[in-house]
Design a protein around this ligand. Structure first.
Ligand code: ADP
Ligand code: MG
Length: 238
């Protein structure tokens, strides 16, 4: 496992700077929620950590390694998106195995990892099914399974629950937290939902307009918001 250290990180799209030099320290094994309104730069920040967007300035370290110029496949991260397209013509097991096969991992090791992930996610009896025969929650679990089999140093989630109905969303929040209790993999979880942030995070990073407004434990932000934006956004009375 590894922590993530971000220093003076900037991102421009053309002449427009959308991330203005941010610093974040994420400890090994921590569950960090990056929260803020739509358009504030959460996905851009996460995609730079994943290596899906080039960095304009500053550094990203995973463990001791500066990863700025490494391709996604060499960063030892696994990402779960909102629109987690499963392969419709592959079984659950094949969906979970796909990225490992691409990496030319041996069949026995792949089978072991897929069975382990399925067991953790309660998907064992669904391994032979196709995505169309699964519920929304089960599909989301398969998407998480694809990340778990990689056994990465860091999980990145970008609004993974926003396509689910409210009841399932609450259930999946709890499942993702239980998964973290079990695996203890460093996790960065992006959401625009304050409740999700307050209920899931060890540590919350509040963003607005490409800046970080405050970093702290949920109760710290609630009791001692750094400014009126954080107070309003987190919902504290002050
Ligand atoms: P969030 O995930 O918090 O909703 P994003 O990181 O997607 O925010 O976007 C941050 C800002 O960057 C927004 O103003 C958005 O319009 C802009 N942006 C995102 N992606 C691109 C892109 N590929 N080209 C130009 N601007 C972009
Ligand atoms: Mg986004």
């Amino acid at each position: 496992m590894a922590g993530v250290t971000i220093r003076d990180l900037r991102k421009n799209y053309g002449a427009l700077e959308v991330i203005h030099g941010v610093d974040v320290d994420i400890e090994d094994g921590e569950f960090v929620v990056l929260v803020g309104p739509s358009g504030c730069g959460k996905s851009t920040l996460l995609r730079m950590i994943a290596g899906l967007e080039a960095v304009t300035g500053g550094t990203i370290r995973i463990g001791e390694r500066v990863v700025n110029n490494l391709p996604p496949s060499e960063r030892d991260i696994a990402m779960v998106f909102q629109n987690y397209a499963l392969y419709p013509h592959k079984t659950v097991a094949a969906n979970m195995a796909f990225s490992l096969r691409m990496r030319r991992m041996g069949k026995t090791e792949i089978d072991t990892r897929v069975r382990h992930a399925a067991e953790i996610l309660g998907l064992t009896e669904y391994l032979g099914r196709y995505p169309r025969a699964l519920s929304g929650g089960q599909r989301q679990r398969v998407a998480m399974g694809r990340a778990i089999v990689r056994d990465p140093q860091v999980f990145l989630f970008d609004e993974p629950l926003s396509n689910l109905d409210a009841k399932l969303r609450v259930q999946m929040r709890a499942e993702i937290r239980e998964l973290h209790q079990r695996l203890r993999t460093t996790t960065i979880y992006v959401t625009h939902d304050q409740i999700e942030a307050m209920t899931m995070a060890d540590k919350i990073v509040v963003m607005q307009g490409g800046n970080i407004e405050q970093i702290g434990a949920p109760l710290d932000l609630y009791d001692r918001p750094a400014n009126t934006f954080v107070a309003g956004f987190i919902g504290s009375p002050s």
